[in-house]
Design a protein around this ligand. Sequence first.
Ligand code: CIR
Length: 253
Amino acid sequence: MFKNVIVKTPGKSYVNGLTTSDLGKPDYDKLLEQHDAYVEALKKCGVAVTHLPASEEFPDSTFVEDTAVLTPEFAVISNPGADSRNGEIKEMEPVLKEFYDKLHYIKAPGTLDGGDVLQVEDHFYVGISERTNEEGARQFKEIMESEGYKATIVPLEKFFHLKTGIAYLGNNLIVAAGEFIGHPDFAQYDQLTVSAEDEYSANCILVNDYVIIPKGYEETKRKMNEAGYKTIELEMSEFQKQDGGLSCLSLRF
Ligand code: CIR
């Protein structure tokens, strides 16, 4: 069960953040509405929300997931791979120190974005991507193994972040899209597959009794409901414009 989440209001500078999509400029008012709905959904899942104020200095800093990886015992402060985002960790570190006595750090030349890390029970998967390099993944694996967790490095082919295409829903069930469908590293899990058209919905989050999914992906929603999960759907258009998904918007622990 998760007890806590950390979220951060997007600043006005959000519209000038990094993106590879051609979905247009985000609408700031809609963005705030969508962020508010996200926070309300998390509250419905029964977690306490630490809500950080916007940081205009870091346009992408609402995507807090990339700054850290959290376990019940310790936090790993990441070293985000995009220059414009690296300073976000300086804003997150003091917040995490309020919750954790023990912090580990990914150090240069290693880089790591939290979006490249998936936890499946006591096993962490870390993607090598445009943002997470081999050295960052190696350091992460070493930290997790030194703490008694398992860790596997997964080089990505196409996905932006590991969790862009995969999620874990408990009960040995993963949600997989694209290159993760039938991927040998995840062969021991049952798979709920997401079609190419619905790929965006592979980035979903299980928060206690609910799976939060993006709105408009009926097939994914149906499969989850049939598998026995209660779903909450959220409009994510303004986050999708900046390559962001549901997992990116919170740290859950
Ligand atoms: C970026 O390019 O870093 C942001 N515009 C999107 C980050 C999304 N984060 C995530 O998938 N964990």
